[in-house]
Design a protein around this ligand. Structure first.
Ligand code: TYD
Length: 176
């Protein structure tokens, strides 16, 4: 059964597709298809930590009422892993592993962009009324942030040299 077959399943059928698209790059950023319970009354997606996402969910937050032309992000995290979902509308996420960048256009509420630790991200091009839902592996901690790109890039190189993260290369092309 292909992912397209799964997408066309009828009402009440559970559709799950773990095939990432595009294939995960060395940096580990990837779009995953989330389960969908399709229903004529409206579709439903449920996300469970350790199942639909590769970490236990410690925190959920969301961005909304983002004015046109604004951007968010502009930081990386020391340890935090995240899954970003366009719960409504669309926006772009530009990821940077310190070596390369890739732009993901998220516009489906059943797609999640997984970001591993030590990934610089910028969010922009928000459509009107869009909602950016984020599932995070840890509670909020300002100490976990790199807000200076140079500090992030140096930490990334150190982690790569220590074999803690893959050598930098993000997947080419966009998801969604
Ligand atoms: P931040 O993650 O810096 O967002 P952006 O990079 O898009 O500006 O968060 C903005 C502010 O919100 C910052 O002062 C910290 C606060 N915040 C929390 O208190 N809890 C949270 O879970 C998050 C994500 C942010």
């Amino acid at each position: 059964m292909t992912s397209d077959d799964r997408r066309s399943l009828g009402p009440g059928r559970r559709a799950t597709d773990w095939n990432p698209h595009p294939p995960a790059g060395a940096a580990g950023c990837r779009v995953v298809d989330l389960p969908r319970i399709t229903d004529p009354r409206g579709n439903l997606t449920a996300i469970e930590g350790g199942s639909e996402v590769p970490f236990d969910i410690a925190r959920v937050y969301y961005l909304y009422d983002v004015p046109g032309g604004e951007s968010r992000g502009g930081h990386a995290h020391r340890e935090l892993e995240q899954l970003i979902v366009a719960a409504s509308g669309s926006f772009d996420v530009v990821v940077d592993d310190g070596t390369e960048t890739a732009r993901f256009h998220l516009n489906r509420s059943y797609h999640g962009l997984y970001l591993p630790r030590l990934t610089w991200r910028e969010l922009g091009n928000f459509s009107s009324g869009s909602v950016c839902l984020v599932l995070a592996s840890q509670p909020y901690s300002e100490d976990d942030y790199y807000r200076d790109y140079g500090d992030f890039a140096a930490a990334r190189r150190t982690a790569e040299a220590a074999g803690q993260v893959p050598a930098g290369r993000v997947p080419a092309g966009s998801g969604a």
